[in-house]
Write a protein of this length. Structure first.
Length: 108
């Protein structure tokens, strides 16, 4: 069955538990997400948490780039992301993700 969005529908992606520090599995899923977002014309992504282990991070932590910026690179994924913090995101400094979203247009 081909992916299609009915006229007038809003399409979006939901992803959770993705903080794998740029592993090959995470990159494979990111490529699939990009292809799906393009086919559906996704408007945004909801992230349901556990984006990282969150231990001792700041908004400038390289972990954000390794786990997110360098992984979700498809043009179709350069849309708004709406993150919800998960249990692992609360280890260390959860405000770092909020601060990072101010630096990154897509709220990622």
């Amino acid at each position: 069955m081909a992916l299609a969005t009915p006229p007038g529908a809003v399409s979006f992606l939901v992803v959770g538990d993705w903080g794998q520090h740029g592993s090959s599995d995470q990159r494979r899923v990111a490529r699939s997400m990009g292809a799906t977002a393009e086919k559906l014309g996704a408007s945004f992504v909801i992230s349901t948490g556990t984006t990282s282990t969150g231990r001792g991070r700041s908004a400038d932590d390289a972990q954000f780039r390794a786990t997110f910026d360098y992984v979700y690179t498809d043009k179709s994924l350069q849309i708004d992301w709406f993150p919800v913090l998960g249990n692992h995101d609360y280890h260390g400094k959860p405000d770092a993700e909020v601060e990072y979203s101010k630096k990154n247009r897509a709220g990622r």
